[in-house]
Design a protein around this ligand. Structure first.
Ligand code: FAD
Length: 408
């Protein structure tokens, strides 16, 4: 066990949603942990307006957050369950709907602000004496030494750890420093996000329309508004970002076929370039990457952070033994074997969706409509799709199971 304040068993680089969850999961296992995060989120107040960044959190992630003891805190701040999903195509008559009741589930997931999740996790860390949050500093350099890594921080201090976990996002500095390769997939798109008011209520439904330019989602918020994620080619996004609010609302309503009536108001708008990628490998001796540092995907199915949380659950499970050296490559490879296949399968599924809905070949449109309607009527396939969306299909790490699901 590490003794001096600058010596830790594990250093987590990045205290975003995934890094904070990683540190909380490890804290519970007894390792000494340092978390390095340059930008802490602002405190939360009930009267705060919705943040631009929200995530659709699925059942498997909810289970993890429950096991980490933060789910109730998240609900107390702000989270909104959605009970239905409706997905349809602009260039055919195809439409699929999913209903929690059909699946005998209470809901299909929750829409939660990223900051709320991050704050709840960082707060939970305060209870652990074996965790130290190094706030306001970033990782600048590393040096591999026998049996440990030295981390050089922006405040000119140095810490040592036996394992360093990169949760520092898609542009991970640790990944560069550790010479880990990243494939890059530029979708050529930007996602416009904002909270909008519509004439009709959102019906606790997550809506998604596939347009030839990209998907447009309306995600239901607690106060009756919807959070939009509108993925568009860069130029089109620039044009829409420059519009006055009234004109933006008009174009948005049209693009959404007025499913919730007119869009009457839009809050502050934000635009995020969409770039995917995979790191090869996720691990090397004394280094592991999790979350967006390891992989990032198009937000069309709202899976990015959900996959990151499963990385956390898997790695924490593997490291749940204080007698081992946490930086051992054979252990870290076990983590990569468990996660790479799952993450890449979801990425391929998303690319498949983009391919089916994104094709502009006119002859394929009617076929697409037939196919989508067939899926909608064929409940076993629908159930399978939903199980993937809920994160309850395939291999699930222990921390992502409900106590009822967990093996006895
Ligand atoms: C428009 C949009 C909508 C999305 N919607 C969804 C959704 O509905 N559901 C879903 O599951 N996913 C969604 N995603 C994906 C999701 O936002 C990401 O997968 C998630 O934020 C990744 O979390 P992370 O903690 O791995 O990385 P990040 O959120 O990028 O956090 C990285 C952290 O590392 C810190 N950091 C950076 N550099 C350093 C350094 N050198 N030293 C120390 N710390 C550092 C940063 O300050 C930051 O706090 C969406 C993405 C976009 C763009």
């Amino acid at each position: 066990m590490a003794s001096k304040l600058t010596e830790f068993d594990i250093a987590v680089v990045g205290g975003g949603m995934v890094g904070a969850a990683m540190a909380t999961a490890l804290a519970g296992t007894g390792w000494t942990v340092a978390v390095i995060e340059p930008r802490l989120p602002a405190d939360w107040h009930a009267e705060d307006d919705y943040d631009l960044r929200v995530s659709a959190i699925n059942r498997a992630s909810q289970n993890l957050l429950t096991r980490l003891g933060v789910w109730e805190d998240i609900l107390e701040m702000r989270a909104n369950p959605y009970r239905r999903m409706r997905v349809w195509d602009a260039r055919s008559t195809g439409e699929i709907s999913f209903d929690a009741m059909e699946l005998t589930e209470p809901d299909l997931g929750h829409i939660i602000e990223n900051r709320v999740i991050q704050l709840a996790l960082l707060k939970a860390l305060e209870a652990f004496e074996n965790v130290r949050l190094l706030a306001g500093v970033e990782l600048k350099g590393i040096e591999f030494r026998h049996g440990e890594v030295r981390l050089f921080l922006s405040n000119r201090t140095r810490i040592h750890a036996r394992l360093i976990i990169g949760a520092d996002g898609a542009r991970s500095r640790l990944r560069e420093l550790a010479n880990i390769h990243r494939s890059r997939r530029d979708y050529g798109q930007v996602a416009i996000v904002a909270a909008v008011t519509t004439k009709a209520p959102h019906e606790s439904t997550a809506w998604q329309r596939f347009l030839s330019t990209g998907p447009l989602a309306f995600l239901p918020l607690h106060d009756g508004r919807s959070s939009i994620v509108w993925s568009l080619p860069v130029r089109e996004a620039d044009r829409l970002m420059a519009l006055e609010d009234a004109d933006f609302c008009k174009e948005l309503g049209e693009a959404f076929e007025y499913r919730l009536g007119e869009v009457t108001k839009v809050g502050r708008r934000g635009a995020f370039p969409l770039i995917g990628g995979q790191s090869y490998p996720y691990v090397r001796s004394r280094v592991a990457l999790v979350g967006d540092a390891a992989h990032s995907i198009h937000p069309l199915a709202g899976q990015g952070v959900n996959l990151g949380f499963m990385d956390v659950a898997e790695l924490a499970d593997i490291l749940d033994d204080l007698r081992i050296d946490p930086g051992r490559l054979d252990l870290l490879r076990r983590y990569e074997r468990a996660r790479r296949g799952e993450n890449e399968a979801v990425m391929r599924l998303m690319e498949g969706f983009r391919g089916i809905f994104g094709t502009s070949l006119p002859l394929l449109s009617p076929l697409r409509g037939v196919g989508i309607r067939a899926v909608d009527r064929f409940s076993p396939l629908k159930r399978r799709i939903m199980a993937h969306a809920l994160g309850t299909a395939g291999h699930r790490p222990k921390l992502a199971l409900t106590p009822q699901d967990a093996p006895k």
